[in-house]
Design a protein around this ligand. Sequence first.
Ligand code: AMP
Ligand code: MG
Length: 475
Amino acid sequence: MVAAQAPTPLQQPHWVHRNEPLLAQLGVSLDDPQLLTVLAGSAAPPPLKPFATVYSGHQFGHWAGQLGDGRALGLGELPYRDTASGSEQWLEVQLKGAGPTPYSRFADGRAVLRSSIREYLCSEAMHGLGIATTRALTLVASATPVQRERSERAAVVCRAARSFLRFGHFEHYHYSGQPERVAALADYLIERHFPQWLMLSEHQRHLNLFSHIVAATATTIAAWQAVGFAHGVLNTDNMSLLGDTLDYGPFGFLDRYQSGLICNHSDSSGRYAFDRQPMIGLWNLNALANAFLSLLPSEALVEQLGSYQQQFEQAYRDNMRAKLGLPTTASDTQVDSLVGEFLRLLESSGADYSRSMRALAWLGSNDEPQLATEIGASWTTSQWQQWRSDYSELVGSSALRSATRRRAMNAVNAKYILRNYLAEQAIEAAEAGDYQQVERLFKVLQHPYDEQPEHHRLAAVPPAWAESISVSCSS
Ligand code: AMP
Ligand code: MG
């Protein structure tokens, strides 16, 4: 179900940031006099027909009924030329925080500047890292007050994605007894995103769709685990049907390696802890499988679900093989055991995840002390030295000295990630009216694998106070 819904204007809207490269790719001119009016949600002149869609979902493991779109308004789609494939593709454009919708329940339909900056920066940071995600197009702040734990200012993010459809859209129709709409939604997705399946039988199309969602979910979560990203609130309504990272709220990147990091302050049971994400992906797919029961026999769904673990493990192993610079000749067992021991030692050493991964490229070179500094005093222990020796043996001495290998590792081990404390500093400045840090982070995070020596402070070990930052769903 889609409801027409006009946005509710903000007081004194103004730009915080514009993603100029993406706007240009979508053919949107910065000189368009209506740009701010439209993207702040002040007006939606024809031919725009803003709309909100309805979805439900499971939150923290429980059926929560109808949830949204409580504060998202679709504006339409724009074509662009994909630079990698050269083909024409479409991105849906959506305002987040543009006022109440018929599905807002009792909430205000707004988003605060703080959470909007986090979503805006993180979605582009993920894109820069090469992880499937929604994108950020523009960010508008305002003078409109919004009451949360304290009074804050309302903001609107304009975001773009191949699709904003979620597991929860299917769940909504399934649990409200509308199998014909479950089928219509599946047909829509296939027509729009997988036209190559249109000549297949209906059963095969639906099977391909479910199987694709399983694979895309496994791939994206494997990428999160490899980069050290915790989503924080992996409810089924925050799961994209195309496997894109969606709805950035109480997320966090690992600073020191902490396998059980719970970045969402409201997640008291740790359901969405970092190391539980792969399993939660499967839990959510299982919920989606239930919503597919009118389309496919349960045996077929169970078989697809059964392939998830192996697909996740393979994708994660491929990521880690590249990040550790391990040769293709290393067996899966060798990779798994070296990675497992590396993470165990990192955790007990209290070392920073991203910095240690990046410093691994120095192992075996004259710059190895940089790695030792990263790991800290425990680098000299027999356990680390045993690991070092196993690693060196697997990589081989000539490869260890190879600059090509080092370059390849740097291309997959980010120097710059959106650490919570960096976002926090940019938010504090922005709340005081200074948007320069948002601009700087945005620029740097677009190229997270490049050295960018002039910005090296943004890649520093986080300050002690970073540990005490807590983010919750309140947004
Ligand atoms: P979340 O846990 O942030 O994904 O929120 C769950 C759902 O609640 C979202 O999908 C929104 O549709 C809705 N929601 C969250 N915040 C608001 C708000 N301020 N106004 C209206 N709806 C909201
Ligand atoms: Mg959400």
